[in-house]
Design a protein around this ligand. Structure first.
Ligand code: BTN
Length: 299
């Protein structure tokens, strides 16, 4: 389902999530009839929002699990204009590419064809977080990889005891908790960047992976809200010219630095010691800048 900021159902949800209200009050606030309010309330109920109504009006009860409207509220508070919520879809990155517009967040409870980098699969069972955001930032083409790096930073800032594995995996105690798949779409003059984020939260993690809930008492809602808030903060920082501050923070949290690594690049394989993250976001290995590649920590 699709939710936009100005839709009647979303506006009613927003008001009711703050305080109970009567049909009359809601109608007055939104400038619509009580029948239109009633219809919107039915739509909210059909989409899993528990709403109690009595003589004094409507109230939302027991919102524990992430629901489409909660996802929308968090997304809108962090600068997105539209959300597409799926109980199940093939891949949120594919949905984002097909829609082709910026400032949209695609969210799924499950994916049947979750994709990782280099054609790998991303297991997407119930309990994990799977979402993609679309951006068309006012930046040079060569700056776009920085956005993928700040997505990884934002996840690392949201979950305790994490480290970044260059370019954008997030690990807890050396085991992968989050993967990021960035894809470019559209014309070179106005590219659409799709950043797909998968986080193991309450789902059983695949082999060599780890789920947040194995170590911390954090819900999907908490993790999702923190990641979006941190991403929006870091995105604003990037746009306001503070890349160097972000780069240093990424470097500080990046466990690749100082390690012997093997990087498999489109042009060949390099082994050496990872020294730093360069000004352009590339990884410096034995003095050589690596822009893209699959990085393996050797020791
Ligand atoms: C990787 O580690 O190789 C990247 C994994 C990215 C997974 C996320 S889940 C949401 C979005 N939809 C996808 O199909 N993939 C990304």
């Amino acid at each position: 389902m699709q939710i936009s900021r100005g839709s009647t159902d979303y506006r009613i949800y927003r008001t009711l999530s703050e305080k109970p209200a009567s049909g009359e009050e809601l109608g007055r606030e939104l400038g619509i009839t009580r029948t239109a309010v009633w219809k919107a309330v039915q739509k909210l109920k059909e989409n899993g929002i528990q709403i109690e109504s009595d003589a004094s009006g409507y109230r939302i009860i027991g919102e524990k699990e992430l629901n489409p409207y909660m996802v929308a509220r968090i997304a809108f508070e962090n600068g997105f204009d539209e959300i597409h919520f799926y109980d199940v879809t093939d891949s949120t990155n594919t949905r984002a590419r097909e829609y082709g517009k910026p400032s949209v967040l695609f969210f799924a409870n499950r994916q049947t064809a979750g994709r990782g980098r280099y054609g790998r699969r991303w297991l997407s069972d119930e309990g994990g977080l799977y979402f993609s955001i679309t951006l068309s930032p006012p930046l040079d083409y060569s700056d776009l990889p920085k956005l993928t790096l700040i997505a990884g930073l934002s996840v690392a800032e949201s979950v305790p005891e994490t480290e970044i594995k260059w370019p954008n995996d997030v690990l807890i105690h050396g085991r992968k908790v989050c993967g990021i798949l960035s894809e470019l779409h559209g014309e070179v003059e106005r590219p659409l960047l799709i950043i797909g984020i998968g986080i193991n939260v309450e789902n059983p993690a695949p082999e060599n992976g780890i789920s947040v809930s194995e170590l911390f008492d954090m819900s999907r809602k908490e993790v999702f809200e923190l990641v979006l808030r941190n991403f929006s903060k870091n995105y604003q920082k990037l746009l306001s010219g503070s890349w160097d501050e972000l780069r240093r923070e990424i470097e500080k949290r990046c466990s690749t630095i100082g390690k012997k690594v093997r990087v498999i690049m489109p042009s060949g394989v390099i082994e050496g010691v990872a020294e730093s993250i360069a000004e352009d976001g590339s990884l410096v290995v034995d003095g050589r800048k690596i822009h893209v590649g699959d990085c393996i920590h050797l020791r």
